[in-house]
Design a protein around this ligand. Structure first.
Ligand code: SAH
Length: 372
């Protein structure tokens, strides 16, 4: 069953204490509901202070008070209550037929936690279940330019959203500063999500962020994501391996040019070559691979802005790709695939030599993608 409730203007009563219930309270406030928090009487320790928009309610003093309380709202939410209170609230809701749901409590450890979350290549559908759960529980989310950012309000309602995105050549927030912010947020007791494009450990500097957290004594976990290295070629119909065509693929960053040794080994290895951050150095790479013996007829695909409505696939050959990419104004972010598997991107693949044929090819491939 896929049930969604419009809670705007509805009254929601949360049973719990402010700190463990903080994520739940933030989510219901973000839904537009009027939110009440019923907390047990304080017994010595501070229950924490809910956001000023949350309306505090006292536990009823008389048995019939519970029924009166729950019948005044549209939805009751149980977060962290004693088994005795839970029994009373469940019974009261059943008697007056008010909806009741249970939601998990947030961490109340003095030291927070950092979760590095792989957000996939930009399509929200390629987020994992674990990623969705981590986002839902986050107090604060640090996100990038690549990856799925457009639905954060939906995935982590009420969480603080911090854009630390980088554009090529311009670092909005330095890596050291990002690491400092992650550690500082966790140290203040927050549940922190660092949302990254693709997979955090594929050219995502995720390893550095893990080390920074560990050094600072902050616990950190990693949720793998769908990497663009595999999914963006797939979005253009290219499998990175294929029986009897390619049994290995090499993923490389061409952020800086490869040296002669690397080029020589790459050609010698064979298989599929997948290049990330490779648009700026594409002429150097194509010339270098040819110099080390790769056939000029080797098919090359450049897939720009995968999973967006502007996704464009350009297919050329090793000896034409530089000219073609230049003429078409191919831009980052893009994944370059070099290898025989590129021929599989169309059913009856022909690698076009002329520009006219190429345009047709992009068109056919992208239309086919939109239709599926
Ligand atoms: N950790 C990421 C990669 C980060 S490096 C991952 O696993 O996918 C950034 C590079 O990834 C970009 O320069 C581009 O080469 C590639 N990339 C990421 N998302 C992309 C997309 N939607 N379309 C095309 N290329 C993409």
């Amino acid at each position: 069953m896929d049930l969604s409730l419009d809670l705007a203007g509805r009254r929601v009563l949360v049973f719990g204490t402010a700190r463990p219930a903080r994520r739940v309270l933030a989510r219901y406030l973000a839904s537009g509901a009027t939110v009440y928090l019923a907390s047990p009487p304080v017994d010595g320790h501070s229950p924490g202070r809910p956001s000023p928009q949350v309306r505090p309610v006292e536990y009823p003093h008389f048995p019939h008070g519970w029924r009166d309380l729950v019948s005044a709202v549209d939805l009751v939410v149980l977060v962290d209550v004693s088994p005795g209170t839970e029994r009373i609230v469940v019974a009261a809701c059943a008697t007056v037929r008010v909806w009741l749901v249970r939601e998990p409590a947030a961490s109340v450890a003095a030291l927070g936690h950092v979760t590095l979350v792989g957000g996939g290549p930009g399509d929200g559908g390629l987020l994992t279940v674990a990623a969705i759960q981590a986002l839902r529980d986050a107090d604060v989310v640090f996100f990038d330019r690549l990856g799925p950012n457009d639905r954060l309000d939906e995935w982590c309602p009420g969480a603080e959203q911090v854009n630390v995105g980088k554009t090529p050549g311009y670092h909005a927030v330095s890596q050291a500063e990002i690491e400092r912010m992650l550690v500082a947020s966790a140290r203040s007791g927050q549940t922190v999500v660092r949302l990254k494009g693709g997979d955090p450990f594929v050219f995502g500097r995720g390893g550095e962020e893990v080390i920074a957290c560990r050094k600072a004594g902050v616990t950190v976990t990693v949720i793998s994501g769908v990497t663009s290295a595999i999914s963006v070629p797939a979005a253009a119909g290219i499998p990175v391996t294929h029986r009897e065509v390619s049994r290995l693929f090499t993923v490389l960053s061409a952020h800086t040019p490869l040296d002669e040794e690397e080029l020589r080994h790459l050609v010698g290895l064979g298989g599929t070559i997948v290049v990330l951050m490779g648009i700026g150095t594409l002429p150097h790479l194509a010339a270098g691979l040819a110099r080390h013996g790769m056939a000029g007829s080797m098919p090359v695909a450049v897939i720009e802005r995968g999973f967006s409505i502007q996704q464009r696939t350009t297919v050329a050959r090793l000896d034409t790709v530089t000219a073609v990419a230049g003429q078409l104004g191919v831009r980052s972010p893009a994944v370059v695939v070099i290898g025989e598997v590129v021929r599989l991107s169309q059913n009856e693949a022909t690698i076009a030599d002329g520009l006219e044929g190429l345009e047709l090819l992009h068109h056919a491939a992208d239309l086919a993608r939109q239709q599926t």
